[in-house]
Design a protein around this ligand. Structure first.
Ligand code: KIV
Length: 271
């Protein structure tokens, strides 16, 4: 495959350049080497080894049972398959909330098996941890809005940031995380206008939406949702790309194209 032979691995600076140029960043979750190879050949900019593997691979109802060992294993599998995309891995629940030293220790384990950036859920209270990691050479992706690891605190998988006070609080969280050094920020299940306002307020941090409207700098979907194999009810923000394409590779290519040309997400996918 000429595309892969010529591949230049994506670096943090390439993500920043995509953001600055206005080109949308196409990100997908991935958990194994075969899909990672396919994603590379389809032009996926960034791969997220999400702790959503607890749901779609392990069959749990939440991401809470996922461990560091699981994240290391799947990151290593993905890393072996890929040559080009930018690799982000979730720190799982309980692996970074205790102290910034604990976060650093576990981030180092993920970087050792191939991750280029770690993702942490939470608002301004995570800023100190983000700064600690970034100052020690670990790129960080923040995750605000619906944060699945806090599902019991939030009372379910619900839209966040609704109403003026909640929207202002979320924007303050985003600004604090960017100031602490987060270079990327997932915004999940958040009204489109709130995510657009946060994206405008960011100076350098690339926002990646999932159920957060079309204005973010990029989009992410869980692979199994995007190809329609997740069990249960499909969330409103998901589009299954298989019916229009017929193959998994076609679906991945169509997803990348739709993110890049702005046709995904459409109005119907937003809140
Ligand atoms: O774990 C995951 O897949 C995620 C995405 C939903 C952004 O965090």
């Amino acid at each position: 495959m000429a595309y892969l032979e010529d591949a230049k691995p994506m670096k943090l600076g390439d993500i920043a350049r995509l953001r600055a140029s206005g080109e949308k960043i196409a990100m997908l979750t991935c958990y194994d080497a075969s899909f990672a190879t396919m994603f590379d050949s389809c032009g996926v900019d960034a791969i997220l080894v999400g702790d959503s593997l607890g749901n779609v691979v392990q069959g749990h109802a939440t991401t809470l049972p996922v461990t560091m060992e699981h994240m290391e294993y799947h990151t290593a599998c993905v890393f072996r398959g890929m040559r080009q995309s930018f690799l982000v891995t979730d720190l799982p629940f309980g692996a970074y909330q205790e102290s910034r030293e604990q976060a650093m220790r576990n981030a180092a384990r993920l970087l050792a098996v191939g991750a280029q950036m770690v993702k942490v859920e939470g608002g301004a209270y995570m800023a100190e941890t983000v700064r600690f990691l970034v100052e020690r050479g670990v790129p960080v992706c923040a995750h605000i809005g619906l944060t699945p690891q806090a599902v019991h605190q939030l009372g379910g998988y619900r839209v966040q940031g609704k109403g003026a006070d909640a929207a202002a609080a979320m924007k303050a969280d985003a600004l604090a995380l960017e100031q602490a050094g987060a270079a990327m920020m997932v915004i999940e299940m958040t009204p489109s206008d709130v995510a657009a306002d946060i994206t405008r307020a960011m100076k350098t941090c690339a926002t990646i939406g999932i159920g957060a409207g079309p204005s973010c700098n990029g989009q992410v979907l869980v692979l199994h949702d995007m190809i329609g194999v997740s069990p249960g009810k499909r969330p409103r923000f998901v589009r299954n790309f298989i019916p229009d394409t017929g193959t998994v590779e076609g679906a991945v290519r169509a997803y990348v194209k739709a993110v890049k040309d702005g046709s995904f997400p459409a109005g119907e996918h937003g809140y």
